[in-house]
Design a protein around this ligand. Structure first.
Ligand SMILES: [Zn+2]
Length: 253
């Protein structure tokens, strides 16, 4: 995935989805909703396909990428999400306020949301304080394992929770809030690809789709359970609904 003026791409999106959808443990109203539940570690399959991108040499042979690249992708993802939602709000005549801060952390308890210490291996949007916080070691590990799309999805999904709060959207069940955030992440990615802000490698979408089928909550997880994010099918459906049809498909009201 290449951002902006074609700076770089870290490799195929294929593996990205496998982790990007399972790895996100978050909550719209603070960490309370899912904070007690540790998100599953990403277990992406590694692509055997060589990266198609000419910039792929920035990925080392063992698949790792530098922290500097990670940080740059975080910055890009935030900037693109910010611009995207600002335009959406402008189009509907609403004032837009960007999410105040993006906060990396390393230790449990280093950052709190509403008095609750954020655990490691997590990423959240905290409505009290209006910030996105993420365990930087966990995120970098996922980034190295999966690829840069993880970062764009992760930020897009968490940013969507901030947008939900701005729009006053408060679903009855976690899963509704989460699937809508997946849809909104899909919308920001799809629209950004369509307008040339982001570039995908050929064939990535098909593999993206295949990857999504392999993820999601366990089938025996009740949909109404606290922390439910949705089955692989639901998450695939909602992500691509947004990706293909833009925000209108996300029932923002
Ligand atoms: Zn979420």
């Amino acid at each position: 995935m290449t951002a902006g003026s074609g700076r770089r791409s870290h490799g195929p999106l294929v593996a990205a989805l496998t982790a990007l959808v399972v790895a996100v443990g978050c909550a719209a109203g603070g960490v309370g909703e899912s904070g007690s539940q540790a998100p599953r570690e990403p277990a992406p399959k590694q692509s055997s396909r060589p990266a198609a991108s000419p910039e792929a040499q920035t990925t080392r042979a063992d698949g790792t990428t530098s922290v500097a690249e990670f940080k740059s992708d975080i910055d890009d993802a935030v900037a693109i999400a910010e611009r995207y939602w600002a335009a959406q709000f402008r189009a509907s005549g609403q004032q837009f306020r960007p999410i105040r801060r993006i906060v990396p952390y390393q230790r449990e308890g280093e950052v709190s949301c509403a008095g609750q210490a954020l655990p490691r291996n997590n990423a959240v949007y905290c409505s009290q304080g209006d910030f996105i916080a993420y365990d930087v070691n966990w995120s970098v590990a996922a980034f190295r394992q999966v690829g840069d799309a993880f970062v764009f999805y992760l930020l897009g999904h968490e940013y969507a929770h901030g947008i939900q709060v701005r729009l006053g959207i408060r679903a009855n069940f976690t899963i509704q809030q989460e699937l809508q955030a997946d849809c909104m992440a899909g919308a920001y990615l799809g629209d950004s690809v369509r307008d040339g802000t982001l570039k995908l490698d050929a064939g990535d979408l098909d593999e993206f789709r295949e990857g999504l089928l392999a993820v999601g909550d366990d089938p025996d997880q009740p949909w109404f359970a606290e922390g439910s994010h949705g089955t692989a099918e639901q998450r695939t459906d909602w992500f691509f609904r947004g990706y293909e049809k833009s925000v209108d498909a996300c029932n923002l009201g």
